[in-house]
Write a protein that binds this ligand. Structure first.
Ligand SMILES: [Mg+2]
Length: 242
């Protein structure tokens, strides 16, 4: 059962869905994460129910989202809003990559920490430490030192679920939702953002400022009005909408 009552007709909603920790469970590495076999069909049905007003809002690249949800290609914002695809199967717009020299140096420094995994996402970089959670403080210090260094491009540090990300400032999951809400078929609908981490708060806040609301996963997070206990209950809720 969903933890709350929807007051709107599901057909009048715009659904914005985080992916990792929301629609699918975390795995040891981002590459190892798999979508449950029925997820593409559930998303397809929920998308039809909202006349296509369903978008994935993720820290992953759109290419990665397509791989996870194959054969589905949904509207999506990737890399926390650096990449967009406004309509199904359109070509994604991508953001400029970070300077290669900066990326290579940080990758080499990260390699000195066994258990930390460096991911070059193009417009952003991520350092995952799911395999070595005890590295949290040391890696955080490394990144802060790095950001303070002369010659580092202007970047923002984001603290995710056993991951740090450096991305250019000026966009987040909130700006992504706002951008979708200016496009058909999202415009004029009630936005709902479902996500699992404090990193997603800009998205919750944006959804409520646009007359909708945020729903978190795992626990009730700041900015969310209610929460789902786990990813399975999010999938069951989406199934119920359709
Ligand atoms: Mg997430």
């Amino acid at each position: 059962m969903p933890p709350f009552q929807l007051v709107q007709d599901p057909g009048a909603l715009a659904l914005f869905l985080d992916v990792d920790g929301t629609l699918i469970d975390f795995a040891a590495t981002p590459e190892a994460a798999r979508a449950p076999a029925d997820l593409p069909a559930i998303l397809q049905a929920a998308s039809s129910r909202t006349a296509g007003a369903l978008a994935l809002i993720s820290g992953r690249s759109i290419a990665e989202l397509d791989r996870l949800m194959a054969p589905l290609q949904l509207p999506a914002a990737g890399l926390h809003g650096a990449e967009f695809r406004f309509t199904e199967a359109a070509l994604p717009s991508t953001a400029a990559s970070l300077p290669p020299q900066f990326v290579q140096k940080l990758a080499a420094e990260t390699a000195r920490f066994p258990g930390a995994r460096f991911e070059d996402k193009g417009a952003s970089v991520a350092i995952h430490f799911r395999a070595a959670p005890s590295l949290a403080a040391e890696l955080h210090e490394l990144l802060l030192r790095y950001l303070a260094r002369a010659g580092t491009p202007p970047l923002e540090l984001m603290v995710g679920e056993l991951v740090y990300e450096l991305k250019p400032p000026g966009f987040d999951k909130g700006t992504a939702i706002r951008a979708f809400m200016q496009h058909t078929p999202f415009t004029g609908r009630t936005p709902i953002f479902v996500a699992d981490h404090v990193i997603d708060q800009a998205g919750f806040d944006t959804a409520s400022s646009l007359g909708g609301y945020g729903l978190s996963v795992g626990s009730k997070l700041p900015g969310a009005i209610d929460f789902f206990p786990d990813t399975a209950s999010v999938r069951a809720w989406l199934k119920g909408l359709a």
